[in-house]
Ligand binder design. Structure first.
Ligand SMILES: NC(=O)c1ccc[n+]([C@@H]2O[C@H](COP(=O)([O-])OP(=O)(O)OC[C@H]3O[C@@H](n4cnc5c(N)ncnc54)[C@H](OP(=O)(O)O)[C@@H]3O)[C@@H](O)[C@H]2O)c1
Length: 267
């Protein structure tokens, strides 16, 4: 199979690295085109990517075309690829906020489109990726996307109407976690640790608690209650966070992301 990437930035780079590392694509070819050349050459060097001279060349050569440019660049890319993308190919897009219908309107009738929403944790093979097919996508097209994104983390088949919520819960919320790590680290500095040490301890603790929650069948709150000894110190901190509106703040922040996504899709 020939996979062709249009746009070789952060996300495409992470996906290509995941595909190369997982060993399942050894007999396949990876093609790519990027506006600036440096990233293309680096991926050629590192993962054997075959550079193309244009998006049109990727579309012509590849069986699976992965659109990994920013959403605002897509209107200029689509006319370039339309000729090369025939019905026997699969188009996979990772662009935020662009529906399968948007591509179907611009491609030849019947071209299968699969919409995917990974996250930047793909860089460490810990992405969560939502996948859904458009009108012309078959089970085989979905399977192709499954194979690609399973190489960088977990995959979820969801209805397209759930993409804005998934983008918030499974993507943007990563920024909340990073903000939380920074807040913890700052508190650690106030308590007397050096900044690098506080950041490392905070990050490792978040990672450990995530691993524990992932590994356990118990509800996160049940796990939390285990470390809140009666009359102890931890419960004081948990109650303070609740008193300051921690849960409400997180939930309202997530909803703000979903609302903005709907606004952007409608405008
Ligand atoms: N980053 C995330 O966390 C994330 C998560 C999920 C989905 N996404 C989606 O993934 C897509 C890519 O995001 P990203 O973070 O990887 O962005 P990025 O790092 O900016 O990569 C986009 C790449 O597209 C290239 N490009 C621009 N115009 C082009 C054109 N006409 N033809 C070919 N290549 C072109 C850019 O080249 P230059 O080197 O010249 O700039 C850049 O390398 C976006 O649609 C985004 O919505 C991103």
């Amino acid at each position: 199979m020939k996979y062709g990437f249009i746009g070789l930035g952060n996300m495409a780079g992470a996906i290509i690295a995941g595909m190369a590392a997982c060993g399942k694509f050894k007999n396949d070819y990876l093609y790519g085109f990027n506006r600036s050349q440096g990233k293309t050459l680096a991926l050629k060097e590192k993962h054997g990517l075959i550079p193309c001279a244009s998006a049109a060349e990727v579309a012509e050569k590849a069986d699976v075309i992965i659109l990994a440019v920013k959403p605002q660049v897509l209107p200029e890319v689509m006319p370039e690829i339309v000729k090369g993308v025939t019905k026997d190919k699969t188009v996979i897009s990772i662009a935020a906020g662009k529906s399968t219908g948007w591509y179907e309107e611009r491609l030849a009738k019947g071209v299968p489109v699969v919409r995917c929403m990974p996250n930047i944790n793909a860089k460490v093979k810990a992405s969560v990726t939502a996948i859904c097919g458009g009108k012309g996508a078959t089970a085989d097209d979905i399977k192709i996307a499954d194979g690609i994104f399973a190489s960088v983390g977990k995959i979820y088949h969801i209805e397209e109407k759930m993409f804005p919520a998934f983008g918030a819960l499974g993507g943007a919320s990563g920024a909340f976690v990073l903000l939380y790590i920074d807040a913890l680290a700052e508190a650690g500095v106030r308590a007397g640790f050096s900044r690098p040490m506080a950041e490392e301890i905070a990050t490792a603790t978040v990672m450990g608690s995530s691993a524990l929650a992932m590994d356990s069948d118990e509800h996160p709150i049940a796990l939390m209650n285990r470390v809140c000894s009666p009359g102890g110190t931890t419960v004081e901190g948990v109650c303070k966070l609740k008193e300051l509106g921690f849960e409400t703040a997180v939930q309202q922040a997530l909803q703000a992301i979903i609302d903005k996504d709907f606004f952007l899709e409608a405008n």
